[in-house]
Ligand binder design. Structure first.
Ligand code: ADP
Ligand code: MG
Length: 620
């Protein structure tokens, strides 16, 4: 048999290798920005079109390249940054692999212009899919400009694999922020589709953070400083009360390089112990300086993970330094941070009475419902003490029974206490005497039914109710909104603003009213009914966090995601006391749902226990 192994042609090999370095437009942004930093630029412009799908361009005023280098830089493993293996242990630059430009050139149309300060003329090179198209001398400003167009033009699968513009743009902004944050001594600008998104003048670290994160104002940050032999630590941490739901504002830089480290993150969290609400994430911007020979950056191709020689020591130093800062700046949780959830139960029943807005649940959805079975009242409507219990009660019970048993049983269903009542009491006595629902441990609602009892998880049940309400109002476009007396202004990063803009109409269908969406803030003038003003920032924050991996493409799943997220944020929490009326409403509305059995996150909303089950417990 003849031999079948062949060496791949260079351009194919490059294309394959490129996939490892360049996963998306943001990877190009990262590589080009880092090259500009390595070239000692003091002014770096990033220009992006269509979230990098059409253009990523980086213009710097750095060292530039000679004629020879400007051609060589596109060769694989061509680098000016290391010469021998040992150099890897004393790196002072971001790049060192000499792979980025070769990779990018293999899968895009690249135009490079570069001039060194001492040269009169620069070089203008065009290279497409790894092939040189032209190279000419040209009159150019000092520094280098890389324009990368039509990324993945020769790898359609990759191109199609790219996420929506919002998602890709957010990845780009992430990379931009990381580089800009590490280098406040460089002037950075970012333009997207012709408009300026960031303009960050040369400043100190603190000012750079404030400029990058709208709303991350000075008073929210606490400085951290520690100087030891193996670690110099400086930077800022957020006060606990400004912690967020997601990890979007957590940054470690080691020797000016953004890195991720679960271990160091743990050290920070350990320092915050006892100061954070469950699941809350503090902001941190921490710069670590360690001797270059004590780290190994080479373990990951995209270089965001590194290995430290003495992780345990770093952990201990970090934790105690941060603890110290939190203590020194007298950071204690503010009052409303840990406040009793009862104070803002989403039902707002404590203060509201008859005129509370009505929720429209479309009960006709229920396949088991017939005219008589329909509950007469919705959750929040109120008819005071004359609530028609007899009318509503068999309704939900039969609904729920119908889901589990044959429908002919429905007719026979009635409340256990009704059966008892007819023999022992007058009808009217029962109304006052017999309680129909009981709350247990501020967590479950228990109610007797003919076959035994039903135990409802209040949180999951309410999630189901809210989820269906939001879905209905979003798809039928008829949400009611409560006007706010004073519009609420909330600050967001530009990436978050983009998300909100994209979701605006869906959010409005849930009842939000946006008076304005500005560059770094939104002004909200109306809220979904049943939502307290104090909850709004949390609802939006959780929603943005749920959408971090992108807005689903279809509008159905987009609505679904929003409805789920909002239902989870607004549902009454475990540990919240519910009045009898609230308990009843919860039960009625649950069984008026289309799918009462499960929460939107597929958790059971209720279980039943038959008398038989109970008998067994008593060994009867
Ligand atoms: P690396 O950064 O790992 O060395 P790259 O492929 O990113 O590899 O770049 C190859 C070489 O091209 C660099 O080592 C550097 O000498 C040169 N180079 C790249 N970008 C610039 C720039 N903006 N200014 C000056 N030189 C650059
Ligand atoms: Mg590089």
């Amino acid at each position: 048999m003849s031999s079948i192994i062949q060496l791949l042609p260079d351009h194919v090999a490059n294309q394959i290798a490129a996939g490892e370095v360049v996963q998306r437009p943001a990877s190009v942004v990262k590589e080009l920005l880092e090259n500009a930093v390595d070239a000692k630029a003091t002014d770096i412009k990033l220009i992006v079109k269509d979230a990098g799908k059409s253009l990523v361009q980086v213009i710097d005023n750095g060292l530039g390249m000679s004629i020879t280098d400007s051609r060589l830089c596109f060769e694989r493993h061509a680098t000016s940054k290391i010469r021998q293996a040992e150099d890897l242990f004393s790196l002072h630059t971001k790049g060192f692999r000499g792979e980025a430009l070769a990779s990018i050139a293999a899968i895009a149309h690249v135009e490079m212009k570069t001039r060194q300060e001492q040269e009169e003329l620069g070089t203008h090179i065009v290279i497409e899919g790894g092939k040189f198209v032209s190279q000419e001398p040209a009159v150019l400003p000092k520094g280098t400009s890389f324009a990368v167009k039509n990324l993945f033009f020769n790898i359609p699968a990759r191109r199609n694999f790219l996420k929506s513009e919002t998602v890709e743009q957010r990845h780009i902004v992430d990379e931009f922020q990381r580089v800009a944050m590490a280098h406040p001594n460089i002037h950075f600008t970012l333009y997207h589709n012709g408009s300026e998104m960031y303009n960050l003048p040369i400043s100190n670290f603190r000012q750079r953070i404030v400029n990058l994160f709208a709303g991350k104002t000075n008073e929210k940050l606490v400085p951290v400083n520690e100087d030891t032999e193996i670690l110099k630590l400086h930077g800022f941490i957020g006060k606990p009360e400004f912690s967020k739901r997601n990890r979007g504002e957590q940054f470690f830089f080691v020797n000016d390089r953004f890195i991720k480290s679960g271990y160091l993150h743990h050290a920070v969290m350990a320092a915050y112990e006892g100061l954070l609400k469950d699941g809350a994430q503090p902001s941190y911007f921490l710069y670590l300086e360690v001797p270059p020979h004590t780290i190994d950056i080479n373990i990951h191709p995209t270089k965001t993970e590194i290995k430290f020689d003495d992780e345990h020591a770093l952990y201990a130093i970090m934790r105690s330094a941060i603890k110290h800062s939190l203590g020194q700046f007298n950071v204690a949780p503010v009052l409303d941070f840990d406040r009793d959830p009862n104070l803002d139960t989403p039902y707002q029943y404590q203060h509201k009475t008859a005129d509370f807005p009505t929720i429209q649940v479309d009960r006709s959805f229920n396949p088991f419902a017939n005219e008589n079975d329909k509950p007469a009242k919705s959750f929040s409507s109120s008819s005071g003490s004359s609530y028609p219990k007899h009318e509503a009660q068999p309704a939900w019970e039969s609904l729920y029974v119908g889901l589990q048993h044959a429908s002919h049983e429905i007719a026979e269903m009635s409340f256990e206490n009704d059966a008892v009542s007819s023999s022992l009491f007058e009808e009217t006595d029962i109304e006052q005497e017999v309680k129909r629902t009981y709350q247990i441990q501020k967590k479950y609602i228990v109610s007797p039914i003919k076959s035994g009892m039903v135990i409802i998880n209040q949180k999951y049940a309410h999630e189901r109710i809210l989820y269906e309400e939001f879905l209905t109002s979003m798809t039928v476009h008829q949400a009611s909104s409560q006007q706010m007396l004073f519009p609420l202004q909330l600050y967001y990063s530009s990436a978050e603003i983009e998300l909100i803009t994209e979701l605006k109409s869906s959010l409005e269908n849930t009842g939000f009213l946006f008076e304005a969406i500005n560059e770094d803030n939104v002004v909200i003038s109306g809220l979904p009914v049943n939502t307290a003003e104090s909850e709004i920032s949390i609802v939006l924050e959780e929603l943005l966090s749920d959408l971090q991996d992108g807005i689903p493409d279809s509008s159905f799943s987009q609505n679904d995601t929003i409805a789920k997220s909002m239902a989870r944020s607004l549902a009454v929490k475990t540990g919240t006391y519910l009045t009898e009326k609230e308990q009843e409403n919860l039960v009625h509305n649950l069984f008026a749902c289309r799918e009462p059995n499960v929460s939107p996150f597929q958790k059971p909303t209720f279980i039943t226990m038959s008398v038989g089950d109970i008998d067994k417990k008593f060994s009867l």
